[in-house]
Design a protein. Structure first.
Length: 226
């Protein structure tokens, strides 16, 4: 069993480029995330804790969809992922609410990865396992699948990739003059580069629906030109 767990984690690390050694050395059952965070200076810790690196990635989107789906039961999380049973129980309890039933008005579905990470006994290692499970069970969106809607603008996976490629590559004057973005949005983007996800892009100052619509359209035009 130990060998299987280690190999799963290695595969997860290889598939997702996760934190590597840290995943392997953590205790299997007590996954509070404390181990991985020990080396992080306190000021950075706050920032990292505030936003999971999976947020807005196809894998992160997949984990949320999987966790919120009716087919994902305590047994699935406990035995198929597999997670520590306490982590599995806490995730389902959070999602299903006080009545312990899926699909009723008191449900509290997971809307971001930080909400998942904040569940007791769920830490980076559990999240790596959820990512691997979501990956192998077909939850990860790709190609023309919808990645998400950000500030009212929808992005498929390929549209998001094209947009990030352009956003991270073009000189500031292209964003400013050719694309006609607000100078403050340009400034915000240049400071944040490389921007990893459209979710992160949408959270930058002065980057809202209108900037996202422009960036998506201009990026697709540029990428399709090549
Ligand atoms: Ca419920």
């Amino acid at each position: 069993m130990t060998i299987r767990i280690v190999s799963i984690v290695i595969v997860a690390a290889a598939l997702t480029g996760c934190a590597g050694d840290k995943c392997l050395n953590e205790s299997d059952c007590n996954d509070s995330g404390a181990d991985a965070r020990e080396e992080v200076p306190p000021d950075l810790e706050h920032r990292i804790a505030a936003r999971s690196s999976w947020e807005g990635t196809p894998e992160g989107v997949a984990v949320l969809a999987m966790l919120n789906d009716e087919s994902t039961t305590l047994e699935v999380l406990d035995t198929e992922v597999p997670l520590d049973r306490r982590a599995a129980g806490n995730l389902i309890a959070h999602r299903d609410g006080g009545d312990r039933l899926w699909g009723t008005t008191d449900d509290d579905v997971f809307s971001n990865m930080d909400e998942v990470d904040a569940v007791r006994f769920v830490g980076p290692k559990s999240i790596d396992r959820l990512v691997l499970f979501a990956n192998t069970t077909g939850w990860v969106p790709g190609g023309e699948d919808l990645l998400g809607v950000y500030d009212g603008v929808s992005f498929t996976v390929v549209e998001a990739e094209a947009t990030l490629e352009v956003v991270n590559d073009v000189p500031a004057h292209v964003l400013d003059i050719d694309f006609g973005l607000d100078a403050r949005a340009v400034d915000s983007i240049m400071r944040a580069r490389p921007v990893e996800t459209v979710d992160a892009l949408s959270r930058l100052y002065y980057v809202g629906g209108s900037a996202l619509r422009t960036l998506k359209a201009e990026s697709l035009a540029l990428v399709n030109q090549d």
